[in-house]
Design a protein around this ligand. Structure first.
Ligand code: NAP
Length: 312
């Protein structure tokens, strides 16, 4: 099969297409004929060698966590031949290939109405937003939620999920992306270059997606029972996240987990029109290095997705 590989840490140019053996059958895993794989900041960090202590897979490595394709094996309740999507939890990745091996529980049928590209764009960011807003923050109908970084991969989905949970959404993005974010359902849109966030107070929740609103700044915007979550695992955020789990600090850190039942929730929202993927760019698998370079600009609106030509 054809895959994207890298043999050393480095810039986007270390990524190159190469022929590799197909992954064999593995217990608890199903093979997927990949049609599309999305690119995430996690791919960029791993490629640069930033998370070496977490990801210890040997070289050559195949990047990619978000996958959509057709099941080649039965996967515990999903029959071979079904179009599926999901997020590979293991740091070893493997979605940027014609065939990927994925644990059963990390796959769900593609929701009706989504293309393979759209389906691949959703799992990692959708699960992150869902688990932050529902599980870490406990967003309830009528509450006011501020989302910092509302126009990127996680943000475009978080706006819609917060609305689906019944919240009032205050979205922070640049002026150029305000129309997109408003169209996704945000009630108020603030420009991070012009608006003073300090004027927004008494919030029930702040979700810092982009990383420029750490807890010490955000807490001034929160009401007395307000809750905070960040997506950025900085050392203080990791410490606070641990204290939060021990029940002694209100600030959470979301650490995305791949779960079929959470994918089913995303699918349900997609099928009833409450959630739609936002895809910025689609490139062929062979142009993975260009996709990484674009994502690294931190200017993507929604997702960057690689389209994979299945083997003959
Ligand atoms: N902890 C977890 O489990 C987890 C899971 C997923 C992601 N993450 C992390 O979450 C972060 C966001 O991920 P992502 O996929 O959404 O990234 P992304 O798609 O690369 O985000 C790009 C967006 O960020 C916006 N942006 C740039 N500068 C900004 C600023 N100063 N303030 C607010 N927005 C700004 C850009 O909009 P403009 O061009 O308009 O500025 C662009 O739309 C990443 O650091 C990622 O590693 C963590």
């Amino acid at each position: 099969m054809k895959a994207i590989v890298y043999d050393r840490f480095g810039p986007p140019e270390v990524l190159e297409p190469r022929a590799l053996p197909d992954p064999g059958p593995a217990p608890g895993h199903a093979r997927v004929a990949v049609h599309a794989a999305a690119v995430n900041p996690k791919d960029v960090l791993l490629r640069k060698g930033k998370l070496r202590w977490l990801a210890r897979a040997p070289f050559p490595r195949v990047p990619g966590y978000d996958v959509a394709g057709v099941l080649l094996d039965d996967a515990e309740g999903i029959a071979a031949g079904t179009p599926v999507y999901g997020m590979i939890q293991a740091h070893s990745g493997g979605a940027c290939a014609q065939v990927a091996s994925v644990p059963f529980d990390e796959l769900a049928p593609v929701p009706a109405g989504l293309s393979m590209v759209e389906a691949a764009s959703l799992p990692l960011v959708g699960l992150t937003a869902l688990q932050a807003l529902r599980d870490e923050l406990g967003v309830e109908p009528g509450q006011r939620v501020l989302l910092n970084g509302a126009s990127g991969g996680v943000g475009t989905v978080a706006v819609q999920i917060a609305k689906a949970l019944g919240a009032e959404v205050i979205a922070v993005c640049s002026a150029r992306n305000a129309p997109l974010v408003r169209d996704l359902g945000a009630d108020v849109v603030l420009d991070y270059q012009r608006d003073d966030l300090k004027q927004t107070t008494g919030l029930d929740h702040v979700f810092d997606i982009y990383g420029t609103l750490p807890y010490d700044r955000a807490r001034r915007l929160l009401g007395s029972k307000g809750r905070y979550c960040t997506a950025i695992p900085s050392p203080p955020a990791i410490l606070r996240g641990l204290l939060r789990r021990a029940g002694v600090h209100p600030a959470a850190l979301v650490v995305v987990r791949s779960r079929r039942k959470d994918l089913a929730q995303l699918s349900e929202w997609v099928e009833r029109g409450a959630l739609r993927p936002v895809v910025d760019r689609v490139l062929p698998l062979e142009e993975a290095s260009a996709a990484h370079a674009y994502l690294e600009t931190r200017r993507a609106r929604g997702k960057v997705v690689l389209e994979v030509t299945p083997p003959n």
